[in-house]
Design a protein around this ligand. Structure first.
Ligand SMILES: NC(=O)c1ccc[n+]([C@@H]2O[C@H](COP(=O)([O-])OP(=O)(O)OC[C@H]3O[C@@H](n4cnc5c(N)ncnc54)[C@H](O)[C@@H]3O)[C@@H](O)[C@H]2O)c1
Length: 340
Protein backbone atom coordinates (compact mmCIF):
# COMPACT_ATOMS: atom_id res chain seq x y z
CA UNK A 1 0.00 0.00 0.00
CA UNK A 2 1.61 3.29 -1.03
CA UNK A 3 2.15 6.05 1.46
CA UNK A 4 0.31 8.85 -0.36
CA UNK A 5 -1.19 11.72 1.58
CA UNK A 6 -2.09 15.12 0.27
CA UNK A 7 -1.08 18.06 2.45
CA UNK A 8 -3.78 20.15 0.81
CA UNK A 9 -6.35 17.52 1.76
CA UNK A 10 -5.58 17.52 5.52
CA UNK A 11 -7.66 19.62 7.96
CA UNK A 12 -5.81 22.75 9.00
CA UNK A 13 -5.80 21.74 12.65
CA UNK A 14 -4.30 18.34 11.77
CA UNK A 15 -0.59 17.93 11.98
CA UNK A 16 0.14 19.11 8.45
CA UNK A 17 1.50 16.27 6.39
CA UNK A 18 4.59 17.15 4.43
CA UNK A 19 3.88 17.71 0.79
CA UNK A 20 5.20 15.07 -1.55
CA UNK A 21 7.80 16.16 -4.03
CA UNK A 22 7.73 15.03 -7.65
CA UNK A 23 10.77 14.88 -9.90
CA UNK A 24 9.32 15.39 -13.39
CA UNK A 25 11.64 14.61 -16.29
CA UNK A 26 8.78 14.38 -18.79
CA UNK A 27 7.53 17.45 -20.66
CA UNK A 28 4.45 18.57 -18.70
CA UNK A 29 1.92 21.23 -19.63
CA UNK A 30 -1.71 22.34 -19.63
CA UNK A 31 -4.33 21.40 -17.06
CA UNK A 32 -2.18 18.52 -15.83
CA UNK A 33 0.59 20.94 -14.89
CA UNK A 34 -1.83 22.95 -12.72
CA UNK A 35 -3.29 19.82 -11.11
CA UNK A 36 0.17 18.46 -10.35
CA UNK A 37 1.38 21.68 -8.77
CA UNK A 38 -1.74 21.85 -6.60
CA UNK A 39 -1.01 18.35 -5.31
CA UNK A 40 2.75 18.23 -4.79
CA UNK A 41 5.95 20.24 -4.94
CA UNK A 42 7.54 19.89 -8.35
CA UNK A 43 11.13 19.72 -9.56
CA UNK A 44 10.83 20.13 -13.33
CA UNK A 45 13.66 19.11 -15.63
CA UNK A 46 12.16 17.77 -18.87
CA UNK A 47 14.44 15.61 -21.00
CA UNK A 48 13.11 17.21 -24.17
CA UNK A 49 14.75 20.56 -23.37
CA UNK A 50 18.23 19.05 -23.07
CA UNK A 51 20.61 19.50 -26.00
CA UNK A 52 22.50 17.27 -26.39
CA UNK A 53 20.03 14.63 -25.41
CA UNK A 54 20.22 13.58 -21.76
CA UNK A 55 18.33 10.43 -20.79
CA UNK A 56 18.69 9.01 -17.30
CA UNK A 57 19.15 5.36 -16.38
CA UNK A 58 18.09 3.83 -13.06
CA UNK A 59 21.32 4.79 -11.35
CA UNK A 60 21.19 8.44 -12.41
CA UNK A 61 17.49 8.69 -11.56
CA UNK A 62 18.17 7.28 -8.08
CA UNK A 63 20.91 9.87 -7.52
CA UNK A 64 18.70 12.72 -8.77
CA UNK A 65 15.74 11.64 -6.61
CA UNK A 66 17.98 11.50 -3.54
CA UNK A 67 19.51 14.90 -4.36
CA UNK A 68 16.07 16.53 -4.74
CA UNK A 69 14.42 14.65 -1.87
CA UNK A 70 11.67 13.63 -4.27
CA UNK A 71 9.41 10.63 -3.64
CA UNK A 72 7.28 10.76 -6.82
CA UNK A 73 8.86 10.20 -10.20
CA UNK A 74 7.26 11.21 -13.51
CA UNK A 75 9.16 10.23 -16.65
CA UNK A 76 8.64 9.82 -20.35
CA UNK A 77 11.87 8.44 -21.77
CA UNK A 78 14.11 7.72 -18.77
CA UNK A 79 14.64 4.13 -17.69
CA UNK A 80 13.01 3.40 -14.33
CA UNK A 81 14.85 0.21 -13.55
CA UNK A 82 17.38 -1.24 -11.09
CA UNK A 83 18.85 1.15 -8.48
CA UNK A 84 15.94 3.57 -8.70
CA UNK A 85 13.95 1.13 -6.58
CA UNK A 86 16.40 1.59 -3.70
CA UNK A 87 14.81 5.06 -3.27
CA UNK A 88 11.51 5.02 -1.34
CA UNK A 89 8.92 6.08 -3.93
CA UNK A 90 5.25 6.84 -3.34
CA UNK A 91 4.26 6.71 -7.04
CA UNK A 92 5.67 6.52 -10.57
CA UNK A 93 4.11 8.12 -13.64
CA UNK A 94 5.15 6.90 -17.08
CA UNK A 95 3.95 9.35 -19.72
CA UNK A 96 3.44 6.62 -22.30
CA UNK A 97 0.63 4.36 -23.40
CA UNK A 98 2.84 1.34 -22.79
CA UNK A 99 5.01 2.01 -19.70
CA UNK A 100 7.79 -0.22 -21.00
CA UNK A 101 10.43 2.16 -19.62
CA UNK A 102 9.41 1.14 -16.09
CA UNK A 103 10.18 -2.17 -14.36
CA UNK A 104 6.56 -2.62 -13.32
CA UNK A 105 7.24 -5.94 -11.56
CA UNK A 106 9.88 -4.28 -9.35
CA UNK A 107 7.51 -1.38 -8.59
CA UNK A 108 4.69 -3.78 -7.74
CA UNK A 109 6.96 -5.82 -5.48
CA UNK A 110 7.61 -2.63 -3.51
CA UNK A 111 3.95 -1.55 -3.47
CA UNK A 112 4.58 1.47 -5.73
CA UNK A 113 1.64 2.46 -7.97
CA UNK A 114 2.60 2.97 -11.62
CA UNK A 115 0.45 5.27 -13.75
CA UNK A 116 0.44 5.39 -17.56
CA UNK A 117 -1.05 7.62 -20.27
CA UNK A 118 -3.08 5.52 -22.72
CA UNK A 119 -4.11 7.08 -26.04
CA UNK A 120 -2.12 10.26 -25.35
CA UNK A 121 -0.81 10.48 -28.91
CA UNK A 122 -3.64 8.89 -30.89
CA UNK A 123 -4.74 12.13 -32.59
CA UNK A 124 -1.14 13.13 -33.26
CA UNK A 125 -0.27 9.84 -34.98
CA UNK A 126 -3.55 9.84 -36.90
CA UNK A 127 -2.81 13.34 -38.23
CA UNK A 128 0.69 12.30 -39.32
CA UNK A 129 -0.80 9.23 -41.02
CA UNK A 130 -3.11 11.45 -43.06
CA UNK A 131 -0.18 13.75 -43.82
CA UNK A 132 1.85 10.79 -45.10
CA UNK A 133 -1.07 9.69 -47.28
CA UNK A 134 -1.42 13.11 -48.89
CA UNK A 135 2.35 13.45 -49.26
CA UNK A 136 2.67 10.06 -50.97
CA UNK A 137 -0.42 10.41 -53.13
CA UNK A 138 0.36 13.90 -54.44
CA UNK A 139 4.16 13.71 -54.40
CA UNK A 140 4.31 16.74 -52.12
CA UNK A 141 7.87 16.22 -50.86
CA UNK A 142 9.26 15.96 -54.37
CA UNK A 143 7.12 18.77 -55.74
CA UNK A 144 8.45 20.98 -52.96
CA UNK A 145 11.98 19.91 -53.84
CA UNK A 146 11.43 20.79 -57.51
CA UNK A 147 10.33 24.32 -56.61
CA UNK A 148 13.21 24.90 -54.21
CA UNK A 149 15.78 23.44 -56.60
CA UNK A 150 14.56 25.49 -59.57
CA UNK A 151 13.59 22.26 -61.34
CA UNK A 152 9.96 23.06 -62.05
CA UNK A 153 10.56 22.38 -65.73
CA UNK A 154 12.52 19.16 -65.85
CA UNK A 155 13.48 16.70 -68.60
CA UNK A 156 11.20 18.51 -71.04
CA UNK A 157 8.15 18.24 -68.77
CA UNK A 158 6.03 20.62 -66.76
CA UNK A 159 4.95 19.64 -63.20
CA UNK A 160 1.37 19.01 -64.30
CA UNK A 161 2.69 16.10 -66.35
CA UNK A 162 4.75 14.59 -63.53
CA UNK A 163 2.41 14.97 -60.55
CA UNK A 164 -0.91 13.50 -61.67
CA UNK A 165 -2.75 11.34 -59.12
CA UNK A 166 -6.12 9.76 -58.37
CA UNK A 167 -8.06 11.65 -55.72
CA UNK A 168 -8.43 10.00 -52.31
CA UNK A 169 -12.18 10.65 -52.02
CA UNK A 170 -13.95 7.49 -53.07
CA UNK A 171 -10.96 5.23 -52.43
CA UNK A 172 -11.03 2.44 -49.85
CA UNK A 173 -8.62 2.49 -46.92
CA UNK A 174 -8.00 -0.62 -44.84
CA UNK A 175 -7.04 -0.03 -41.21
CA UNK A 176 -5.09 -2.87 -39.60
CA UNK A 177 -5.45 -2.45 -35.82
CA UNK A 178 -8.55 -0.57 -34.67
CA UNK A 179 -7.18 0.71 -31.35
CA UNK A 180 -6.64 4.28 -30.16
CA UNK A 181 -4.68 5.43 -33.24
CA UNK A 182 -6.68 3.30 -35.69
CA UNK A 183 -9.95 4.84 -34.49
CA UNK A 184 -8.50 8.36 -34.56
CA UNK A 185 -7.40 7.69 -38.14
CA UNK A 186 -10.77 6.18 -39.10
CA UNK A 187 -12.89 9.32 -38.73
CA UNK A 188 -10.21 11.40 -40.45
CA UNK A 189 -10.18 9.07 -43.47
CA UNK A 190 -14.00 9.12 -43.50
CA UNK A 191 -13.81 12.92 -43.44
CA UNK A 192 -11.77 12.74 -46.63
CA UNK A 193 -14.61 10.87 -48.30
CA UNK A 194 -12.81 7.53 -48.14
CA UNK A 195 -14.54 4.21 -47.48
CA UNK A 196 -12.98 2.66 -44.37
CA UNK A 197 -12.68 -1.07 -43.69
CA UNK A 198 -10.78 -2.58 -40.76
CA UNK A 199 -9.12 -5.74 -39.53
CA UNK A 200 -8.58 -6.31 -35.80
CA UNK A 201 -9.26 -9.68 -34.20
CA UNK A 202 -10.09 -7.96 -30.90
CA UNK A 203 -12.42 -5.21 -32.18
CA UNK A 204 -15.98 -6.41 -32.84
CA UNK A 205 -16.61 -3.57 -35.31
CA UNK A 206 -13.59 -4.51 -37.45
CA UNK A 207 -15.40 -6.71 -39.95
CA UNK A 208 -12.64 -7.84 -42.31
CA UNK A 209 -10.12 -10.65 -42.22
CA UNK A 210 -6.65 -9.49 -43.17
CA UNK A 211 -6.94 -11.26 -46.54
CA UNK A 212 -10.28 -9.54 -47.31
CA UNK A 213 -8.87 -6.17 -46.32
CA UNK A 214 -5.75 -6.53 -48.48
CA UNK A 215 -7.88 -7.53 -51.47
CA UNK A 216 -10.23 -4.54 -51.15
CA UNK A 217 -8.07 -1.66 -49.94
CA UNK A 218 -6.51 1.02 -52.16
CA UNK A 219 -4.63 2.20 -49.06
CA UNK A 220 -3.46 -0.11 -46.26
CA UNK A 221 -2.75 1.72 -42.99
CA UNK A 222 -1.00 -0.12 -40.16
CA UNK A 223 -2.07 0.63 -36.58
CA UNK A 224 -1.61 -2.69 -34.75
CA UNK A 225 0.51 -3.07 -31.65
CA UNK A 226 3.60 -5.25 -31.90
CA UNK A 227 2.96 -8.73 -30.48
CA UNK A 228 4.28 -12.17 -31.43
CA UNK A 229 1.21 -12.46 -33.70
CA UNK A 230 1.64 -9.12 -35.45
CA UNK A 231 5.43 -9.12 -35.85
CA UNK A 232 6.11 -9.45 -39.58
CA UNK A 233 2.37 -9.80 -40.30
CA UNK A 234 2.85 -7.94 -43.62
CA UNK A 235 5.40 -9.90 -45.65
CA UNK A 236 5.91 -10.83 -49.31
CA UNK A 237 2.65 -12.77 -49.45
CA UNK A 238 0.62 -9.91 -47.98
CA UNK A 239 2.22 -7.24 -50.20
CA UNK A 240 1.49 -9.47 -53.22
CA UNK A 241 -2.13 -9.76 -52.05
CA UNK A 242 -2.55 -5.95 -52.05
CA UNK A 243 -4.18 -4.29 -55.03
CA UNK A 244 -1.96 -3.17 -57.89
CA UNK A 245 -0.92 0.41 -57.13
CA UNK A 246 -1.99 0.26 -53.47
CA UNK A 247 -0.40 2.70 -51.03
CA UNK A 248 1.08 1.20 -47.86
CA UNK A 249 1.22 3.35 -44.71
CA UNK A 250 2.95 2.37 -41.48
CA UNK A 251 2.96 5.00 -38.73
CA UNK A 252 3.00 2.25 -36.09
CA UNK A 253 6.11 0.09 -35.97
CA UNK A 254 8.45 -1.29 -38.65
CA UNK A 255 8.36 -4.66 -36.87
CA UNK A 256 4.90 -5.16 -38.34
CA UNK A 257 6.30 -5.60 -41.86
CA UNK A 258 9.16 -7.24 -43.72
CA UNK A 259 11.12 -4.24 -45.04
CA UNK A 260 12.88 -6.24 -47.79
CA UNK A 261 9.52 -7.49 -49.04
CA UNK A 262 8.22 -3.89 -49.01
CA UNK A 263 11.22 -2.73 -51.07
CA UNK A 264 10.63 -5.59 -53.50
CA UNK A 265 6.91 -4.75 -53.90
CA UNK A 266 7.78 -1.08 -54.52
CA UNK A 267 10.62 -1.91 -56.91
CA UNK A 268 8.32 -4.12 -58.99
CA UNK A 269 5.79 -1.22 -58.99
CA UNK A 270 3.19 -3.57 -57.54
CA UNK A 271 2.69 -0.97 -54.79
CA UNK A 272 2.01 2.62 -55.80
CA UNK A 273 3.87 4.11 -52.86
CA UNK A 274 4.54 3.99 -49.15
CA UNK A 275 4.61 6.34 -46.17
CA UNK A 276 6.62 5.20 -43.15
CA UNK A 277 7.23 6.80 -39.76
CA UNK A 278 9.29 4.03 -38.18
CA UNK A 279 12.34 1.95 -39.00
CA UNK A 280 13.99 -1.03 -37.36
CA UNK A 281 16.43 0.31 -34.77
CA UNK A 282 14.97 3.83 -35.27
CA UNK A 283 17.34 4.28 -38.19
CA UNK A 284 17.47 3.94 -41.96
CA UNK A 285 20.85 3.94 -43.71
CA UNK A 286 21.06 6.78 -46.25
CA UNK A 287 21.92 4.25 -48.97
CA UNK A 288 18.87 2.12 -48.16
CA UNK A 289 16.77 1.50 -51.31
CA UNK A 290 13.75 3.24 -49.71
CA UNK A 291 15.73 6.49 -49.60
CA UNK A 292 16.00 6.68 -53.38
CA UNK A 293 12.33 5.98 -54.15
CA UNK A 294 10.31 9.01 -55.19
CA UNK A 295 6.98 7.35 -54.37
CA UNK A 296 8.02 6.86 -50.74
CA UNK A 297 7.80 9.40 -47.90
CA UNK A 298 9.86 8.78 -44.79
CA UNK A 299 9.53 10.48 -41.39
CA UNK A 300 11.72 9.69 -38.35
CA UNK A 301 9.21 8.45 -35.74
CA UNK A 302 7.57 11.84 -35.16
CA UNK A 303 3.97 10.63 -35.19
CA UNK A 304 3.36 11.47 -31.54
CA UNK A 305 5.39 14.68 -31.46
CA UNK A 306 2.74 17.29 -30.67
CA UNK A 307 2.30 19.62 -27.71
CA UNK A 308 -1.17 18.10 -27.33
CA UNK A 309 0.41 14.70 -26.69
CA UNK A 310 2.30 16.32 -23.81
CA UNK A 311 -0.86 17.99 -22.48
CA UNK A 312 -2.74 14.68 -22.75
CA UNK A 313 -0.14 12.66 -20.83
CA UNK A 314 0.17 15.44 -18.23
CA UNK A 315 -3.58 15.35 -17.58
CA UNK A 316 -3.62 11.54 -17.37
CA UNK A 317 -0.76 11.31 -14.89
CA UNK A 318 -1.83 14.27 -12.72
CA UNK A 319 -5.46 13.07 -12.58
CA UNK A 320 -4.20 9.58 -11.71
CA UNK A 321 -2.17 11.01 -8.85
CA UNK A 322 -5.18 13.03 -7.66
CA UNK A 323 -7.20 9.79 -7.60
CA UNK A 324 -4.49 8.04 -5.59
CA UNK A 325 -4.41 10.92 -3.09
CA UNK A 326 -8.19 10.74 -2.78
CA UNK A 327 -8.12 6.98 -2.19
CA UNK A 328 -9.68 6.19 -5.57
CA UNK A 329 -8.34 3.60 -8.02
CA UNK A 330 -7.20 5.50 -11.14
CA UNK A 331 -8.31 4.12 -14.55
CA UNK A 332 -4.73 4.39 -15.73
CA UNK A 333 -3.14 2.47 -12.85
CA UNK A 334 -0.96 -0.30 -14.30
CA UNK A 335 -0.69 -2.38 -11.10
CA UNK A 336 -3.95 -2.06 -9.12
CA UNK A 337 -2.81 -4.97 -6.92
CA UNK A 338 -0.65 -2.50 -4.95
CA UNK A 339 -3.84 -0.87 -3.62
CA UNK A 340 -5.36 -4.18 -2.44
N1 LIG B 1 4.68 6.80 -34.78
C1 LIG B 1 4.54 7.09 -33.49
O1 LIG B 1 5.11 8.05 -32.99
C2 LIG B 1 3.62 6.23 -32.65
C3 LIG B 1 3.05 6.79 -31.49
C4 LIG B 1 2.14 6.02 -30.77
C5 LIG B 1 1.86 4.72 -31.14
N2 LIG B 1 2.49 4.19 -32.22
C6 LIG B 1 2.23 2.80 -32.63
O2 LIG B 1 0.94 2.77 -33.21
C7 LIG B 1 0.34 1.49 -32.99
C8 LIG B 1 -1.04 1.67 -32.39
O3 LIG B 1 -0.95 2.34 -31.14
P1 LIG B 1 -2.28 2.51 -30.25
O4 LIG B 1 -1.95 3.49 -29.19
O5 LIG B 1 -3.46 2.71 -31.13
O6 LIG B 1 -2.37 1.05 -29.59
P2 LIG B 1 -3.67 0.30 -29.13
O7 LIG B 1 -3.22 -0.74 -28.18
O8 LIG B 1 -4.75 1.26 -28.71
O9 LIG B 1 -4.20 -0.40 -30.48
C9 LIG B 1 -3.55 -1.49 -31.07
C10 LIG B 1 -4.60 -2.33 -31.75
O10 LIG B 1 -3.95 -3.44 -32.39
C11 LIG B 1 -4.91 -4.51 -32.35
N3 LIG B 1 -4.34 -5.79 -32.69
C12 LIG B 1 -3.76 -6.70 -31.87
N4 LIG B 1 -3.42 -7.80 -32.58
C13 LIG B 1 -3.79 -7.56 -33.86
C14 LIG B 1 -3.70 -8.31 -35.06
N5 LIG B 1 -3.19 -9.55 -35.07
N6 LIG B 1 -4.18 -7.76 -36.19
C15 LIG B 1 -4.72 -6.53 -36.19
N7 LIG B 1 -4.83 -5.76 -35.09
C16 LIG B 1 -4.37 -6.28 -33.94
C17 LIG B 1 -5.44 -4.43 -30.93
O11 LIG B 1 -6.65 -5.18 -30.78
C18 LIG B 1 -5.63 -2.95 -30.76
O12 LIG B 1 -6.94 -2.56 -31.12
C19 LIG B 1 1.32 0.72 -32.09
O13 LIG B 1 2.13 -0.09 -32.89
C20 LIG B 1 2.16 1.82 -31.48
O14 LIG B 1 3.44 1.35 -31.10
C21 LIG B 1 3.33 4.92 -33.00
Amino acid sequence: MPNLTSASATREDDAVAERHKALVTAPFRGEGWDTLNALVDVVYDPWIEHVPLKLLNGEKLAARLAEEGADILIVESDSVKGPVFEVPLAAIGSCRGDPNNVDVAAATARGIPVLRAPGRNADAVAELTVALLFAVNRGIVFADHDVRAGEVYRDGTIPYQRFRAWQLAGQTVGIVGLGAVGRAAKWRFEGLGMRVIAHDPYAPDATHTLAELLAEADVVSMHAMVTPDTTGMIGAEQFAAMREGAVYLNSARAALHDTDALVDALTRHHLGGAGLDHFVGEHLATDHPLCSMTNVVLTPHIGGATYDTEANHSRAIADGLADLFAGRVPDNLVNPEVLA
